[in-house]
Write a protein that binds this ligand. Structure first.
Ligand code: PXP
Length: 237
């Protein structure tokens, strides 16, 4: 079974455009779960243009499925995560001014840093996932630094999908087999949508979770949030 975690950053972006509380992010998270989401993901960035740091304590008690906080492990981010204890923390090496996450960890160059951060999060009972490109040497490094899971950065897959889906998926199949052999759990996210999700899911053995934001929220403009979530769940079933 592959869980669908809905990333609600884009909802916060709309709210922030007017400075009021419309749409209400907490109510959206409650509704996403009621409409079938099996997790809620947020990615607070240093400029707080999406989810803000003060949204996290409001979301933490109401998420009943799985709460996943993603981000670059700066001291401020780590304090936020440790104070709020989500089920999962996904560490992402994105620059403070990044438009969106666009690369996975170099787990070799960052080995001492990641080892320390991951052990601190795991001591607090938080599962740790690392955002990764499908590269074996870095996946081996993910195991070494103590990650529980990896999250495949699926941007390049999505980009190549319409041209040649077999070429697009190939590195992910090989890397997933390798990650499974190391007993690393596998998540995936970025640019997954109603066209490319099923093929990814069907080809990746033991895909535990996908986190999807941009496309799902865009689809909700046409179909409504309930229908959009159900359509994504159908692709995963
Ligand atoms: N995973 C990570 C680490 C991300 O940064 C994002 C975007 O915030 C996603 C998954 C979800 O990507 P998308 O919004 O394209 O579905």
């Amino acid at each position: 079974m592959t869980r669908l975690s809905v990333n609600i950053n884009k909802v916060a972006l709309i709210r922030n455009a007017r400075g009021s509380n419309l749409p209400n992010l907490v109510q959206i998270a409650i509704d996403c779960e009621q409409f079938g989401a099996e997790g809620i993901t947020v990615h607070p960035r240093p400029d707080e243009r999406h989810v803000r740091y003060d949204d996290i304590p409001a979301l933490q008690p109401i998420v009943k499925t799985e709460f996943n906080i993603e981000g670059n492990p700066t001291p401020e981010f780590l304090k936020l995560v440790l104070d709020n204890k989500p089920h999962q923390c996904t560490l992402v090496p994105d620059a403070p001014d990044a438009l969106t996450s666009d690369n996975g960890w170099d787990t070799i160059a960052n080995e001492p840093f990641l080892t320390d951060v991951i052990s601190e999060l795991k001591r607090a009972g938080i599962r740790v996932s690392l955002f990764m490109n499908p590269e074996k040497r870095f996946i081996e490094g993910a195991k070494k630094v103590g990650a529980d899971r990896i999250e495949f950065y699926t941007g390049p897959y999505a980009e190549q999908f319409s041209e040649n889906k077999k070429t697009a998926i190939a590195p992910y199949i090989a890397s997933a087999q390798f990650a499974n052999s190391l007993q690393l759990g596998i998540n995936a996210g970025h640019d997954l949508n109603l066209k490319n999700l099923k093929y990814f899911k069907n080809n990746i053995e033991d895909l535990l979770e996908v986190s999807i934001g941009h496309a799902l929220i865009c689809d909700a403009l046409y179909y409504g949030l309930h229908n959009a979530i159900q359509l994504y769940l159908k692709e995963l079933s």
